[in-house]
Ligand binder design. Structure first.
Ligand code: HEM
Length: 347
């Protein structure tokens, strides 16, 4: 990660054992946008206040904004690749878009910390937001997901984590930021567990117990691992996933919360196309025969520096300050706010 990049949010923090995912809509009533803007400046202090009490639990919170919310709360300029979640597929295999203005991805190794932070954060927001989806996630034993496979093995590590997830020179006003796509899947676990382990392994593309990737000679082109391996200009493009299992056995609810970070939404959208439509079309991901997707959202995650500065960024202020900011392009390198550099906002 270049030293000049603004401080990112905790996107690249290690995999945790627990997480809470909150998706909320922002009230369009008078004065509520002010509450949300001002809250942006409080998040880091709340994470410190809760997290310092149990440092070994690695508490973190990543906050993202949907396209409509960004325009409503902060106005122009908008992050270059931010757009509403694009639905893909058809019929029973359709990745749907569902409402959501703010995403909170709260992580820690102990659920009590996630719970406490979620409660404090929501308390500050009051009736300025309505929570439309809340998922409390966990990892099974050796970091397995709800379908019983180790999840996250092929995530980028080391320096490449930042390379694949953080915006750099392609959108200087928003450098240090990321994009994140979330989807909530519900599994038909009876049907999944009715398969043999060998059948499940062919669907995922890895061995279940050892987590070793299947040999190319037996791994089907429709395996989950094949369809989510993509290349751009001859190079593999990775994303960073922090999926979590969730559910309520009493209600026969068994789910996986998918969360993927990248420096543009494009690779994740391509993976979704491959999974839902197929590569080539029809050669789709058989995991979807056992999983139903019930939510979908795309959010922009500002850098931690920009998040801290958002309370001062009212839409009208941003546009009237645009001329001023253009003359002060050098300043944009420090905070990356308020500068209109003529970047394309249509990917
Ligand atoms: C039902 C939801 C899902 C489940 C249970 C699931 C599970 C898994 C598992 C077990 C692996 C193999 C281990 C690993 O490398 O992490 C994997 C790999 C992967 N998944 Fe998923 N996944 C789900 C949805 C998605 C979605 C929606 C995407 C992207 C849009 C995605 C992208 C990937 C990628 C990029 C890999 C690594 C592929 C490789 O390089 O081999 N997954 N997933």
């Amino acid at each position: 990660m270049p030293d000049t990049l603004p401080e990112p949010q905790a996107v690249c923090n290690p995999i945790s054992r627990s997480a809470i995912f909150l998706v909320a809509t922002v009230s369009r009533a008078e004065g509520k946008a002010d509450v949300v803007r001002s809250w942006c400046g409080d998040i880091a202090a709340l994470v410190r206040a809760v997290g310092t009490r149990a440092p070994s639990a690695n508490l973190s919170c990543v906050c993202g904004f949907g396209a409509d919310a960004w325009d409503h709360l902060f106005g122009a300029p908008r992050p270059a690749s931010l757009h509403p979640f694009r639905e893909v597929g058809s019929g029973e295999r359709r990745a749907i878009a569902t409402p959501g203005d703010i995403l909170l991805h709260i992580r820690a190794d102990h659920m009590d910390l996630c719970f406490e932070l979620a409660a404090q954060i929501l308390d500050k927001l009051g009736d300025a937001v309505t929570v439309v989806d809340e998922v409390h996630g966990f990892r099974y034993f050796d970091l397995r997901d709800m379908v019983g496979f180790v999840d996250g093995t092929e995530n980028p590590t080391g320096k490449s984590m930042a390379k694949y997830t953080l915006i750099e020179e392609e959108d200087p006003d928003f450098a240090g930021g990321s994009y994140v796509i979330v989807q909530k899947y519900l599994h038909n676990l009876d049907a999944w567990n009715g398969l043999t382990v060998e059948q499940q392994e062919l669907i995922i593309g890895r061995e279940k117990l050892s987590d070793v990737e299947l040999d190319d000679s037996i791994k089907p082109s429709c395996s989950h691992s094949s369809l989510t391996t993509i290349e751009e200009n001859g190079e593999e493009v990775k994303i960073l996933r922090h999926n979590m299992a969730f559910g309520r056995p009493g209600a026969k609810e068994f789910g996986t919360y998918f969360i993927g970070y990248a420096r543009t939404p494009r690779p994740i959208e391509q993976m979704l196309e491959n999974m839902f439509v197929g590569r080539p079309p029809g050669n789709y991901d058989r995991l979807l025969d056992y999983s139903r997707v019930v939510t979908g959202g795309l959010f922009f995650v500002p850098s931690a520096d920009l998040l801290d500065a958002l309370p001062d960024r009212k839409p009208d202020t941003a546009s009237s300050a645009a001329g001023e900011s253009q003359q002060e392009d050098s300043r944009a390198g420090s905070l990356n706010i308020g500068s209109l550099k003529g970047t394309s906002h249509d990917e």
